[in-house]
Design a protein around this ligand. Structure first.
Ligand code: NAP
Length: 264
């Protein structure tokens, strides 16, 4: 289903009730974009929508939906169609991780993670991209991570989902080159949000090396999306990390990541 006949244009942001998603919503609204905000916590979405309507005079709808369930992308697209808007920009930000030894972690939760981080992101892109292409105008921002650059012992599934997001995004970016539609992968390093608590990752060694603010990551991501950059890595240390992984033996990289993903 593509959404082509609607009048008003919106930026749709998943995972807009917390962390990087809230700050992306603030960036978009500050730049005059009307929004559709999606997450499970309706009250949080309403609070953010009220703040942004008041401050920036933009139109905002909120949709409370669990996006880790099978069929959820279709249900979301149908609810968006009911709003009679066209999605000019799509920000696939919702995601979560889990820290622990793979075989000890709840498998149902790992499968939900794959669904949210990969399947929903893919299906929403598939549903909204055709409308953008027919209008020859649109931006897609997929939130990956520096976790996409290497395997992640103690967060094995999460790292693998982010490798998928980066690979998928680069491929679609190339397919759509020259069409007026751009596709960007945002690859933040550790960022202060609710992510760490939810992932049981608050005591990870990695966090001793510092964290970025969600606001700075979102500001960088918004600029990258609007300029059509394909891979956007906020922060010099994260850019250097990516280069160093390329020249370091893979076995060494795995051991280093095992250490930084371990608990203090
Ligand atoms: P966060 O503060 O935990 O926010 C996650 C957002 O996703 C919330 O709005 C949450 O809303 C939503 N969400 C989670 N599960 C959902 C579900 N089943 N259905 C619908 N929405 C769901 O985490 P964050 O750090 O901002 O994460 C945003 C993105 O950045 C994620 O893709 C994450 O992998 C990525 N990232 C984070 C970091 C980091 O260190 N924080 C680093 C690199 C990449 P509800 O709970 O209300 O549903």
């Amino acid at each position: 289903m593509s959404i082509t006949n609607a009048t008003a244009t919106r930026t749709l942001i998943t995972g807009a009730s917390a962390g990087i998603g809230v700050e992306l919503a603030r960036e978009c609204a500050r730049n005059g974009q009307s929004l559709v905000l999606v997450a499970r916590r309706k009250e949080r979405l309403e609070e953010i929508a009220a703040e942004l309507r008041d401050r920036h005079r933009v139109t905002i709808d909120t949709i409370d939906q669990d996006l880790a369930e099978s069929g959820s992308a279709q249900r979301l697209a149908e609810r968006v169609q009911g709003l009679d808007v066209s999605i000019e920009n799509l920000i696939n930000n919702a995601g979560f991780g889990a820290n622990g030894v793979f075989h000890d972690l709840e498998i149902d939760e790992q499968v939900r993670m794959i669904h949210l981080n990969c399947a929903t992101l893919t299906e929403l892109t598939h549903r909204f991209l055709p409308g953008m292409l027919s209008r020859r105008r649109g931006r897609i921002l997929n939130v990956a991570s520096t976790a996409a650059f290497q395997p992640g012992p103690f967060m094995a599934v999460y790292y693998a989902t982010k490798a998928y997001v980066l690979s998928f995004t680069e491929a679609i970016a190339e397919e759509t080159r020259g069409t007026g539609v751009s596709v960007t992968a945002l690859c933040p390093g550790a960022t202060r949000t609710e992510f760490q608590e939810r992932a049981n990752a608050e005591n990870m060694q990695l966090l001793r090396f510092g964290t970025a603010s969600a606001r700075s990551v979102a500001a960088y991501g918004f600029r990258a999306m609007m300029s059509g950059k394909v891979i956007a890595i906020p922060g010099l240390s994260n850019k250097l990390l990516r280069q160093s992984i390329r020249i370091t033996p893979h076995g060494v990289v795995r051991r280093v990541v095992r250490f930084i993903n371990g608990k203090r």
